[in-house]
Structures are given as C-alpha cells and as structure tokens.
Design a protein around this ligand. Sequence first.
Ligand code: GLU
Length: 482
Amino acid sequence: MSDPNVRVRIAPSPTGYLHVGTARAALFNYLFARHTGGEFLVRIEDTDKKRSKEEFIQPIIDGLKWLGLDWDNDLIYQSQRENFYAKQLEKFVKTDYAYYCFCSREELDARRKKAIAEKGDTRYDRTCLALSDDEVKARIAAGEKPVVRIKIPDGDVVYDDFLAGQLTRSSNDIEDFIVARSDGSVTYNFAVVVDDHDMGITHVIRGNDHITNTFKQVVLYQAMGYDLPVFCHVPLILRPDKSKVSKRKGDKAIGDYRDDGILPEAMFNYLALLGWSPKTDRELYSPAELVEMFDINNLNSANTVFDMDKLLSFNKSYIQEMSDHDLAALAAPILVEADLTTKYWLETRWEYLRQVVDLLKPRIKSIAELAVQGGYFFKFDGEYEEKAAAKHFTPESAELLEELTSRFEQLTSFTEETTDAALTELAESHDLKKAKIIHPTRLAVSGISKGPGLYEMLVVLGQPVVVERMKQAVEFIKRKAK
Ligand code: GLU
C-alpha cells in the first residue's frame, strides 16, 4: 500500500532508557512509514521536568539509530515548544470545554481523602465550574493563579481503535483533568494532542498502555475541533512470567542488548515479528524485506512474550552471515571491555582477531560469547576447569603432554596437518586412542574442555604459545601430584 500522506511518530519520554516496548512501537511506525512512502518522525516528550533527564535522551537516540530507525526531519523536543503550547492553550480556554480552577492542593487532597473514606467519587467535584465569568476575572486580577481544567461532556467517550475495535469509556470514569498548570505550562495529554495535530500525524501507533490516555485525548481533539488520527494500540510485550516488560523492573534497555553482542539486524527482525506476522513460514528477513512486506493489517491483537532464546537464535543466524572483518570490529570493544586485551594490541594483530572470530563464529549466539568462549586466545592465567583437570590432568597425561610438546617444538611448519600427524603418531606409539591426548592438550592450551576443533585452535594460537602453555600444564600437573 503506497500512501505518501502517512505521517507517524514515536514519542519517547526521557524518563528512562529505550526499552523493548518503545523500540518495537518505533519499529512498527518506521515500517509503516517506509512501506507506504510516508514519514516517520521522532518527538522527545521531555515536558515532565521532574522525571525527564537529559542523560536519557542520548541513549534513546543512539538506540533508535542503532536499530536503523532513521527518522525524517529534525528531532522535535517538547521542551522547545512552550510558545506553541501557550498559543494553543489560548485557543483552548476560549472553548466551552475549558474552565479555570482555583482549588488549592490542600483543598483537593482533603476532599479526596474524604471521598475515599466515604467510598465516594474521587474525581474533581467541579466546585469551580460554578464560578461566574466575573468572579474568575476578579480573582485572576487579584493575583490568584488558577489551573485550567477540561470539562468532560456527559455520556460516553467512544473511538475506533484500528486494532482493538470500538472502545468506549463512560465520562463518569474520566475526571475533569488539568490541562494547564497554574504557571501556564500545559500537561502531558494536551501537549500530545496539539503536537500530533500540528505535526500532521495520521496514525498513532503505540503501546496499549496508552488507551486510558486516549479517551482523554479524544475529548481534547473534540474540544480543539481537530479530526482524530487513526489510533492503533499494539499489545504489550510480556516477560516469560507474563508480567509487563518495564524499565522500572530492571528489564534491559536496547543499549544493553547491543552491549551484550546482539546485532541490530537480529533485533530488528525479532522485534518486527513480536506482534506482527508476515503470514509466511519464514522467520528471517532483512530490514529492507520487512519494509517491503509490512502490512499494518497483520498486526496481532494478543500480547506477546519476549523470548530471549529466540532472539539469540536469530542472532546466531545473522552472525553466521557476517564477514569476519565486520564481526572482528564488533568483537574488539567487547574483548577490551572484558579486560582480555587492549585496543592497541588488537589494532596491531587484526589478522589474529579475524582468525579467532572465524574459528568461533559457528559456535556463538552473541558477540559477547566470544569473550566467554574464546578468552584464552587473548589472556591465559594458567587456570584450568576444575572438573576437566581432575579427569584429564593425570600423571600419565603429563608424560604424554611432555612428549607431544617436544614433537610440536620440532615441527618446522605448524599446520592442522602437521599437528594432527604429530599427535596421531604419539597415540600410535603408545597404542592409545587419540582422545586420551586430545582432551589434555585442549585443556592445557585453553584451560577449558570445550571449544573449536583442536588442530584449528592450535594453529590460530601459534606454535610458541602452544608450546609454552603445554609446558606450563605439565608443571602444573607435576606440582599437583607431589
Ligand atoms: N511519551 C509516551 C511514552 O514514552 C508516548 C506517548 C505517545 O506515544 O503518545 O510512553
């Protein structure tokens, strides 16, 4: 469906990091805009001065960029639009929906407490709706600073949600909420409505935790005389225990997945299928393919569960497709961060890093696993996996390792073939199975019992390192035996 009139947006609040829910909403908006040829905008909702923090803005922007969700036009910051809101508020106060309220916080709190005690209505009791125009003018002239409220009309508030169908809330359940504070600043729902209208937003695609706000926003749209955009509230992403994914519960930010070695293409692909279906059996799609295929009608209306194993399996597939060079570039900072090596060391031994990456690539589900599974390629402190050492580091294996070390030392070319031949000959001369030597050798050079093929690993580590580590292991076994 091509429709260049489509204009959508993501409106993150910098009150925390970019979490998967917002990232996925951003992704759906992006896919919809790119598929239709419309526009995708980003608005930073930083009007809540108490909760918004400057330090959250950059990670949100970085997260969107990392995912490849490039937006159109400049970023919009609500905090820079105070004059615009003031003008819109002037228009709003002239409508029949607006009224000034002079009730103090103490009065409101007391009434609320009383209502709770009496199990009555806790909404604002409309005391100030009864004030005459003259009285309002006189009180303002006398220096009082009222808030502005919206009068919710009687009856039901109804709107058609693209995904959830027709939704209704009785006006009895909606308070005459505050639209502007006594200092003249507008509140959240007002800013969202006038911004979305001003930005020409045609479709509001966001998490269904915003449905409660939507009823308030629908009344504001009516009050301002604006047409409604299409509201499309997507189901939430749940944790495996079915509770809501939330930054407050410590769920990961998008940047954490990046730091853990998830590739942006894998995250893009995984999030796209979390609540949307391509209606095919295939699961792996490039961002360009997803743009091409995206159909807003195939959004699901059921909540979905975030499945880390599935994301990792997507990631594994994308890792296999990457070039060693690109993978090495992503691995380098992770290895440095894990204190396994330094930036300088890697820069001067790029080919070595490339070989390590090539060797481990088929075995890893995230780039961070390179540091876990292949740390010994960069740093070895002579520690051996305890269980494996108890099994494979016997006095007999010390002798075999010693013999193999001298065979390795004598090799003039250190290749998979020559190392294999040296080990095979040694096994034959002792009438032993090769495994009896392979396991202690692997443990001696890597400290761990699992890894890539032994001979490939030896060649990448290189003859001097292999020989040195094998000697170190022999000494270790002998020391232990005493
Ligand atoms: N600022 C809201 C949030 O971060 C989004 C509001 C909207 O999309 O209308 O949850």
